[in-house]
Design a protein around this ligand. Structure first.
Ligand code: FES
Ligand SMILES: [Fe+2]
Length: 427
């Protein structure tokens, strides 16, 4: 349970909010590369951390993210003409480059007027099929992101994004809460093509009371959940969380590994970024097609990346499937099973009214670390946030059988380190 002001601290990410300042120190996924496919392509509206912006790629292929609204009289530059190294406002023709600099005011030629006009802008880079943005102070710009899913060859990964109608934190909290899998996703474990067949599924389905053990990592936490297995062993599922919003779900058999970034759009909406990657092999044709079709953590979306199953159609819930246990909640698809329940908590969950239990330990510790980091950064702008060092980012999830009595953080230490070409540890 949180106090009202604590809940506000961890959920608010707009300009000036302490948690917003934390997020702005990281490279964050902003767009899929497919959204800005080539020079002078259509611009894209993009709201992040309650700032409304427009992204575009200029004639030379440079990426830019600038204030959505024209410096003249506030027209949305989404209507702009992307031409000859800049975005031109269609109202009176003012033109801006990828750095937000005004490069032409046709009504005031040769006056030098436009040199004094600049829109807010943020740097973007492209890596692993994702366009990333840095929205923090220029002097604190960190090295490029090294999350494993973004560094493997594109043939080994599949990345999708979907709009989720709730605050980023309740989505993240679903990502580190391994205990709901045995309930909410129970119908899908042996049905989803990217989950089924793994031996680990049986431990998930036969032990509904996992014991949580959470340990600190350099960049965040390892949330371990252990379930009973045969021969004096435990089945451990270990989920890394990295400051502030990155999680990797433990793998199953030889299936790809999946995980998420939960990126705030504003305080009541977020982008759920979902990725699948295999550390040592290409995804097969069938795997990729299944993901495109909404399997694993992916979801079928419309042209605006809004899920086809969504609040306004009750997520296409099937009460008969719920009764029969085909889908535990009656909703098809692992990603939407999560999103539907997280959205049902309201736009921002009121954490003053919850009742946490021991399986929520990962969530409790994550909140504590987030609050600590937000306060430390607010007091000292030079505070070194956990998770910013690229070495911190080289973690991966694991699903392992360990002898009872062993601590996972020692016994599975090597399995939790990402390295190119290294097989994942999976049951
Ligand atoms: S409002 Fe954009 S040029 Fe006038
Ligand atoms: Fe889930």
């Amino acid at each position: 349970m949180l106090k009202k002001e604590q809940n506000e601290l961890v959920t608010q990410t707009g300009p000036g909010a302490p948690m917003g300042a934390v997020f702005r120190r990281f490279w964050m996924p902003a767009l899929l590369s497919e959204q800005l496919p080539g020079p002078d392509c259509d611009p894209v509206r993009l709201e992040l951390f309650s700032e409304k912006m427009v992204a575009f790629r200029d004639t030379a292929g440079h990426l830019g993210l600038i204030d959505e609204f024209c410096a003249h009289r506030g027209v949305s530059l989404w209507f702009g003409r992307n031409e000859e190294m800049g975005l031109r406002c269609p109202y009176h023709g003012w033109k801006f480059n990828v750095k937000g600099e005004c490069v032409d005011v046709p009504s005031e030629p040769n006056s030098g007027f436009c040199d004094r006009i600049k829109l807010k802008s943020y740097p973007m880079i492209e890596r692993g099929g994702v366009i990333w943005v840095y929205m923090g102070p220029p002097e604190h710009k960190p090295p490029l992101p090294e999350y494993e899913f973004a560094t493997v060859p594109l043939s080994q990964s599949y990345i999708s994004k979907r709009h989720q109608e709730c605050n980023w934190l309740q989505a993240l909290e679903g990502g580190i809460d391994s205990s709901h899998v045995s309930f909410l996703h129970s119908g899908s474990l042996n049905r989803d093509p990217l989950f089924k067949g793994a031996k680990g599924n049986q431990y998930n389905l036969s032990d509904l009371s996992p014991v949580f053990d959470v340990s600190e990592s350099d960049g965040g936490l390892f949330v371990g959940a252990r379930r009973n297995a045969e021969d004096d062993q435990y089945y451990w599922r270990i989920t890394p969380w990295l400051m502030p919003n990155y999680t990797v779900v433990p793998p199953r058999g030889d299936h790809p590994v999946h995980g998420h970034f939960w990126v705030p759009i504003n305080d009541e909406n977020c982008w759920a970024w979902s990725f699948d990657y295999h550390p040592t092999r290409d995804l097969t044709h069938d795997e990729r097609q299944a993901m495109i079709g909404g399997a694993s953590v992916h979801v079928k979306v419309d042209e605006n990346y809004r899920p086809l199953q969504r609040k306004e159609n009750n997520y296409m819930m099937d009460r008969a499937a719920q009764k029969e246990g085909i889908y535990y909640s009656g909703i098809e698809g692992i990603g939407i099973q999560d999103a539907s329940l997280q959205e049902s908590m309201g736009p921002i969950q009121d954490r003053t009214k919850e009742n946490l239990v021991s399986t929520d330990n990962g969530i409790i510790m994550t909140r504590q670390r987030l609050m600590k980091a937000a306060k430390a950064l607010a007091e000292n702008p030079n505070f070194q946030l956990p998770g910013l060092d690229p070495e911190h980012q080289k973690v991966r999830s694991a699903a392992v059988l360990l002898k009872r009595g062993l601590a996972f953080k020692d016994a599975a230490k090597d399995a939790l380190k990402a390295a190119p070409g290294k097989p994942h540890s999976s049951v």
